[in-house]
Design a protein around this ligand. Structure first.
Ligand code: IZC
Ligand code: ZN
Length: 402
């Protein structure tokens, strides 16, 4: 999987594959990749012809939250749209209520449970957003949970501050004052290393492009990397804004304009696409991945794991949706969940590729080749997950050899 880093547009068609290879691990790092099976080792895992890849990287999740929203499924089936549920005080607001009353220990346990499930599905690095507090204390509580997980959980976690996730009822008439409150948290967040990135939900009924620009510019001045929930439901122009501000990623992009897509290619902003969300919101139009790839954009894929619009930890399922609903090829898909996903969260130098000297994050799959994973959909293909040289997940049973 070695390459010169991020892959944009046509370069995403390249996927280096070694047949009959050996991966050597020492001190938690990759020490050897090649064909020499006689190199000395204390312990040998015979992969019996199975596919081995870098650990998957999931660059967009909302993994720390209280409660769940299964009661919204019947509303959705009656045709009530996501943004209307939000306007009625449900959706994000109902998760905010549950997160505000949850004790920190409970939030930690619940997030750890979801992270364990991600690991068991082959994901070894994730991004985690706050945004279910919408006031200082709960936003901080979420960020502190992420920090504890970073220190204690096997998963590598990148923290993003999404205080600007919705307008709380208390500030309905004055969203700018709310954004100022969230901006006031940034100095402490920086000082205590509670987040690397700042994100905003730029959407109808949430934050406008003008509000998002002002907010993100301030965050950028304070030294944060920038991300945007851009054109997820309505095409407002968040994609163009991401490019204008030099965001590291623009996420969702279902309504991205032709110009917005061109702008992303020019700015080098990574398009993080979340087809699981469109599937789960029961919508017809997916993001225009083929247009993005033709125009030279670097595409990544993520679960968007959250309790409302995408309750799944399984990035393998997202790979199938990317193939079937966005016409991405297996090669493009693998680049999108490894190297590009790592770059979308500032981890291009340490995750997403098998390169000697890097952390040994590997997945052994019950699959004969890389095309098999997006093809055989909806189940977990993991045989063994190795994180930093240690086995952290194994499938029950012996699996299939090839
Ligand atoms: O909890 O609904 N889109 N934020 C923006 C979400 C989905 C998460 C949620
Ligand atoms: Zn999101």
């Amino acid at each position: 999987m070695e390459s010169n880093g991020i892959r944009a547009g046509k370069a995403m068609q390249e996927l280096p594959v070694l047949e009959n290879a050996v991966v050597g691990v020492a001190d938690g790092k990759i020490a050897y990749i090649g064909a020499d099976a006689s190199i000395p080792a204390d312990r040998v895992i015979d992969c019996e012809g199975r596919l081995v890849t870098p650990g998957l990287v999931d660059p967009h999740t909302h993994v720390v939250f209280g409660g769940s929203r299964e009661h919204e499924l019947s509303l959705k089936l009656q045709g009530v749209p996501y943004l209307e549920i939000l306007q009625r005080g449900g959706g994000i607001h109902s998760t905010v209520e549950a997160t505000r009353i949850a004790r920190k220990e409970a939030l930690y346990k619940k997030a750890a449970f979801h992270l364990d499930r991600m690991l068991s599905h082959g994901t070894t690095t994730v991004e985690a957003k706050s945004g279910y507090g919408l006031e200082i204390d709960t936003e901080r509580k979420q960020l502190e949970v992420v920090k504890e997980l970073q220190e204690q959980h096997a998963m590598s976690i990148v923290s993003t501050f999404l205080g600007a996730h919705a307008i709380p009822a208390s500030h309905k008439e004055n969203p700018d004052a709310f954004l100022d409150e969230m901006l006031n948290m940034l100095d402490a967040i920086k000082e205590e290393n509670l987040a690397e990135f700042v994100d905003i939900f730029t959407e109808t009924g949430v934050f406008t492009v003008a509000q998002s620009r002002r907010y993100l510019q301030r965050a950028k001045e304070k030294g944060f990397g920038i991300k945007i929930h851009a054109d997820e439901i309505d095409p407002l122009g968040g994609t163009e804004l991401a490019a204008e501000l030099g965001a590291i990623s623009a996420d969702h992009l279902v309504g991205a304009s032709d110009k917005g897509i061109k702008d992303l290619a020019e700015s080098g902003t990574i398009a993080v696409l979340l087809p699981g969300t469109i599937f789960y919101l029961n919508k017809e139009s997916f993001a225009r991945a083929r247009k993005m790839l033709d125009d030279g954009v670097a595409v990544a894929l993520a679960t968007d794991f959250n309790p409302g619009s995408s309750p799944t930890e399984n990035l393998q399922l997202i790979m199938s949706l990317a193939a079937l609903k966005m016409n991405m090829t297996p090669e493009e898909i693998w680049n999108a969940v490894t190297v590009n996903a790592a770059h979308a969260i500032g981890r291009g130098h340490e995750a997403g590729q098998l390169i000697v000297g890097r952390q040994a994050d590997l997945v052994v799959w019950n699959a004969p080749n890389y095309m098999y994973i997006p093809y055989h959909y909806g189940v977990n293909h993991v045989h063994t997950v190795v994180k930093g040289g240690r086995i952290v997940a194994e499938a029950a049973g012996k699996g299939l050899s090839f």
